[in-house]
Write a protein that binds this ligand. Structure first.
Ligand code: 13P
Length: 246
C-alpha cells in the first residue's frame, strides 16, 4: 500500500507562499511516499502550474455535491479537477462544525468527487466530549457508515481519522488510542467494501516532526493529514521523511 503525506493548508496562504512549495519539492525530491498539498482553492491552479508533473499532487479542501448550478461561493468537484487538482478533502471537522455538514452531505460530496475523477479524503473524528463519554468507536463507526459512499474503493478514497480535540491543539491521542481507532476502521471498511482492507487510513491532528515517526510506526496508519506543520516546507519535509522511513 502506498503511503500518503497530505498537507491541509486550510485558509492560509497566498501566491507569496508558493516559495514554500518550491522548497518542499526540493527537500522531497527523493521521497517515495505520495505527497499531497491541499491549498486554498485560489492556489490550486498556480501550484499545479508551478510543479505540474512533479512528485507533489494538489487537492481541494471541499467540493459541492452538485455538478454545477446556483450555489454561490461553492466549487464543484469538476472545477477542482479542471484547475488541476486530483484529490479533495471532504467532511473535515471544521466544515462539519462551521457549515453543519452531515454524514449524508459528506457522502454526497465524496461521490461527486469520484464522478469527477478526484480521489476523496474522507474525514472522521470524535469530539473530546464523545471520547470522554467512551463513545469514540461508536462515533467513528457511525461516521464511516454515513460518510463513505457506496462507490468508494481503495483507489478513489482515503480515510482520515482526525480527533476534533487534537486538531490545532498540540495534543494527540496516545499511540494505543490511535491504533485502536485505526484497527476498528480497517475492520469496518474491510467488512463493507470488497477492497476495504486496502483503503489508506491517515491520522491527522497535531502531527509534527517530533511525533510523526511514532505515529507512522503504528499498525494500520498509512500516512498523515497535516495542518499547521504542512505550512512550512522544513517541517513537512521532515514528516515526509519519517513516513518514508516507517
Ligand atoms: P493540525 O495538524 O494543525 O492539528 O491540523 C490537522 C488537520 O485538521 C488537518 O486536516
Amino acid at each position: 500500500m502506498r503511503k500518503l503525506a497530505a498537507g491541509n493548508w486550510k485558509m492560509n496562504g497566498t501566491l507569496a507562499d508558493l516559495a514554500e512549495l518550491d522548497a518542499l519539492a526540493l527537500a522531497c525530491a527523493e521521497a517515495t511516499c505520495d505527497i499531497l498539498i491541499c491549498p486554498p482553492a485560489t492556489l490550486i491552479h498556480p501550484m499545479v502550474a508551478r510543479i505540474g508533473g512533479g512528485g507533489i499532487s494538489v487537492g481541494g479542501q471541499d467540493c459541492h455535491a452538485a455538478e454545477s448550478g446556483a450555489h454561490t461561493g461553492d466549487l464543484a468537484a469538476g472545477q477542482l479537477r479542471d484547475a488541476g487538482a486530483d484529490h479533495v478533502i471532504v467532511g473535515h471537522s471544521e466544515r462539519r462544525a462551521d457549515h453543519g455538514e452531515t454524514d449524508a452531505a459528506v457522502a454526497a460530496k465524496a461521490a461527486a468527487a469520484h464522478r469527477a475523477g478526484l480521489r476523496s479524503i474522507i474525514c472522521v473524528g470524535e469530539t473530546e466530549a464523545q471520547r470522554d463519554a467512551g463513545d469514540t468507536l461508536d462515533v467513528i463507526a457511525r461516521q464511516l457508515a454515513g460518510s463513505v459512499p457506496e462507490c468508494a474503493t481503495a483507489d478513489n478514497s482515503v480515510i482520515a481519522y482526525e480527533p476534533v480535540w487534537a486538531i490545532g491543539t498540540g495534543r494527540t491521542p496516545t499511540n494505543d488510542q490511535i491504533a485502536e481507532v485505526h484497527a476498528a476502521m480497517r475492520r469496518a471498511l474491510a467488512a463493507r467494501f470488497a477492497d476495504g482492507a486496502e483503503m489508506r487510513l491517515l491520522y491527522g491532528g497535531s502531527v509534527k516532526p517530533s511525533n510523526a515517526a511514532a505515529i507512522f510506526a503504528l499498525p494500520a496508519v498509512d500516512g498523515a493529514l497535516v495542518g499547521g506543520a504542512s505550512l512550512k516546507a522544513v517541517d513537512f519535509a521532515q514528516i515526509v521523511a519519517a513516513l518514508d522511513a516507517a
